[in-house]
Write a new protein. Sequence first.
Length: 401
Amino acid sequence: MAQRLSRRAFLEVGVTSLAVAAVPTRVRAQAGAIRLGTLTPLTGSGGNYGPSMLKAMQWVAGEINAAGGVLGRKLELVSEDDQTNPEAGVRAARKLIDLDKVAAIMGTWASAVTTAVAPLCWESKTFLTTVSGSDTITLLPHQGYLVRTQPNTQLQGRKFAEFMVAQGSKRVGILAVQAPFALPTQKIVGEELRKHGAELVAAVVYDKDKTTFRSEIDQVLRARPDMLYLNGYTPDVTIVLKDLYKAGYTGAKIAQAYAVNQKLLNALPPEVTEGTFTIAPSPAIESAAYKRLAQALGNDDLDPYSCQTHDHISLVALAIAHAKGESTGTAIRDHVRKISQGSGAHVESAVEGLKRLAQGKEINFDGASGPCDFNEIGDILDTKFRYEQAEKGKFKLLKIA
């Protein structure tokens, strides 16, 4: 597995190699700059995704600044590592809010981090954009200071259950990490399975920091499932897969694509991961926004979170422009839906959207992740999903639907 960059080393590389994308330090001294915070998992369980998520936001900021900024004001990014850890996330968020005075915090990944950070944001009237999926997040009393581009647990749970039934599964077992999404996911998957004549026969929640999960696996296997849903993160799911192989389990397996990714397949023998299904929200791979971002990041197969953070900073910048330059969390809250849904002209680029707004035209932003239409509590209304299966150490695309 490729060695991870430290946060410091990553940021240094980003400034050097993304000269256009990274916002120069001297911008911080310019009067009138719009200060925005990024809070991504550069290390920890989400460390596979955080660096690319940050690079996507840096690139959009660079594009906007090169085109003249937001109503003539440059964007300044202040970036922090949440370490995929709620305590570290809170410390970083407090710095961004109290010391850096950012108008928005963008990019939280783990649901536990977002749950911990969200109260700080709504209490300070700082806007928060996230890729976390737990239902509990948008049920918090956030007063509109939060939107998420990741489909919620309800939508994801339904998709998982429907797919498992379509594979012929009748008896499903769940092994889930202790996280805010664990029990809500278990509930919705159980309900959806029953609607299709299948059942959830066992569900065990485990502590992610254990070095073996054999006792939890034995407990689930006693219920004789024909499909196991592995609902965790890459480090713990890696151990679960090895323990399942040692236990002689030969049934079907399915997991979140952020947990079972190509790095995991590279780290384990093919026979350990063979046949594992994965599901993930799919970026809008045919969109101009996706293609431009893929070219900028030098990657033709972008993860959904980088596409979503591309859209986070685009939405925030466009909302500020629609608010006539008022760069506050309240202004972003009050204007974000006015530039992302409705009858305005469809745009897939923040720069294009800023030009149209400057001309007095209404816009409807669709980004690299797809349409950015939110309900009243901040949930994304719909998205496509990508279905893949591990085969000989590689992923085979089954469908995007």
